[in-house]
Design a protein around this ligand. Sequence first.
Ligand SMILES: Nc1ncnc2c1ncn2[C@@H]1O[C@H](COP(=O)(O)OP(=O)(O)OP(=O)(O)O)[C@@H](O)[C@H]1O
Length: 315
Amino acid sequence: MKDPIIQLKSLTKCYGTQRAVDDLSLDIYKGEIFGLLGPNGAGKTTTILMMLGLTDPTSGSAFVCGYNATNNPIAVKRKVGYMPDSLGFYDNMTALENLKYIARLNGLTEKEIKVRTVETMETVGLSAALNKKTATFSRGMKQRLGLADVLIKQPDVIILDEPTLGIDPSGVREFLALIKRLSKEQGLTVLLSSHHLHHVQQVCDRVGIFVKGKLLAQGNIDTLSGNVFNNAGHVVSIRLANVIPQPWALEQELEQWETIKQIRINEKTIEFECTQDITPALVRFFVEKGCDITGVHQKDYGLDDIYQKYFEDIN
Ligand SMILES: Nc1ncnc2c1ncn2[C@@H]1O[C@H](COP(=O)(O)OP(=O)(O)OP(=O)(O)O)[C@@H](O)[C@H]1O
């Protein structure tokens, strides 16, 4: 397996007696979009600050792009772009002037600045607004300019804190599509912290769920759903033309199927919790038994359900 581009080893941060981040170990690979999820105070920002070398861990280590973030924060900063949740620009300057200013702060030469600022504005879809003052920018446009600030130094990793906060639905869709495109086309690794499960689900390859400083779970949505719902992450409900009698002879037969974890019957509807999607096999079964099917509905558990279940189990 490839070496991780971000490697956190037993990372811990205490503030007095409080463990803001508690024994966190996590590997993130090049080109991945990883979502950090968790309620307020879970430790996401503290983790990010340690990855950037902006605060020292109490114990453990954070390696980013091959550098120990605590010992070598400047090298990490060169490779990593960080977009905080609140963005500030010089309102009386144009978007291009703002970006040039950031490019200079990042040590780009004037020649590089000239070419790269225009290119980066094009990448984030702001070419038409280059010469507009940022005071006139919408929240969505500011977010794109914030992304341009981060991309201008051509980082290997970008860390985005709540990037979709306050943007309207179509703006969110476009922004997430842009992130995905950058990750795929440029092999950019993206770490995204968010409360918006729906947004995270749309774009992240894997997620980590943080609660009270601990990483409770990590994986892709299917893996997490399997862990949380006891491998019964697929729900199929089939509606028949007639009310199902009780007891029902076919129930015993279906209970023998290994892939079915649970069967619930309600008048004309039967709901199956399954370890995999067996919808076609179930439909065939009912047709062969001469039952008239009037509806089939599939439900896959999403991140909302997974998240909810973690909190139910903790509280
Ligand atoms: N400088 C600090 N001094 C003392 N306690 C702190 C400090 N920074 C963070 N904490 C505490 O550490 C815990 C984790 O905070 P952190 O900001 O990392 O959480 P978060 O998951 O980023 O939350 P949010 O979503 O609200 O940003 C919180 O209980 C917070 O009060």
